[in-house]
Design a protein around this ligand. Structure first.
Ligand SMILES: [Fe+2]
Ligand SMILES: [Fe+2]
Length: 228
């Protein structure tokens, strides 16, 4: 139950988060009269990135519809995430690109851990296969937002500040959604608080090495990039 709800909470976050990164990369493609990304190879990568994120968004909307059918108040929960993401939509393009790079960086680090072994994800059902597909594409296009931000001259200090902000946003939103879903499960009698605590402790223990690797790899971002 705890593991399932962790991924459910992640799925509720994703459609709005993906809309944010799609908009940032699409605006970068249009920047400077369409000359913001002069490299044809990077333009092609950016277009592929947008196509992949749009496909992820559709898959998670279907996943979230199934959650709604099971009684989860998906519209209200997604609405709260969308309102939080909307606050970021008015920021200048360089800041949005730095945030998109940070969200993509954190997503790719988590995806790499999810794909490794069975600590995070188990089984081979429809939902598990969808997560693996999504994680593989996240790892595959992990460099694109960073390359786009670099091409548009986004500075190191802005990238670091946005990484901290993105980690905070993700941490708070994910915890809030997860707590809300679990609280509903407790109130509806689907799970007992003590049993849930045990599940949470086992999940935390199993994923602790992966969380450590994500934290270390995130900190590696603090070092300035070498020029391309
Ligand atoms: Fe995605
Ligand atoms: Fe992505």
């Amino acid at each position: 139950m705890f593991r399932t709800r962790f991924f459910d909470a992640l799925s509720l976050l994703l459609p709005s988060g993906e809309a944010f990164v799609i908009d940032a990369i699409s605006d970068a493609l249009q920047a400077h009269g369409g000359q913001g990304l002069p490299s044809p190879a990077l333009r092609e990568e950016a277009l592929r990135f947008v196509r992949e994120e749009a496909a992820h968004q559709r898959a998670h909307r279907r996943y979230n519809e199934r959650l709604a059918q099971s009684g989860v108040p998906v519209a209200a929960l997604e609405g709260r995430v969308a309102a939080a993401v909307q606050e970021l939509a008015g920021l200048p393009l360089p800041t949005r690109l730095a945030l998109a790079e940070a969200f993509e960086h954190l997503t790719a680090l988590l995806s790499a851990q999810v794909l490794e072994g069975t600590a995070w994800l188990q089984g081979n059902g429809r939902e598990a296969r969808m997560w693996r597909w999504h994680c593989e594409e996240e790892v595959g296009h992990r460099h694109v937002a960073s390359d786009v931000a670099r091409a548009l001259g986004v500075g190191h200090a802005r990238r670091i500040a946005c990484l901290a902000l993105a980690a905070l946003y993700l941490g708070i939103d994910l915890s809030r959604l997860l707590a809300g879903l679990l609280w509903r499960d407790i109130l509806s009698g689907q799970v007992r608080p003590l049993g849930l605590l045990g599940q949470a402790a086992r999940f935390a223990l199993r994923t602790a090495p992966g969380v450590g690797r994500i934290a270390i790899a995130s900190l590696a971002c603090l070092f300035p990039r070498r020029p391309a």
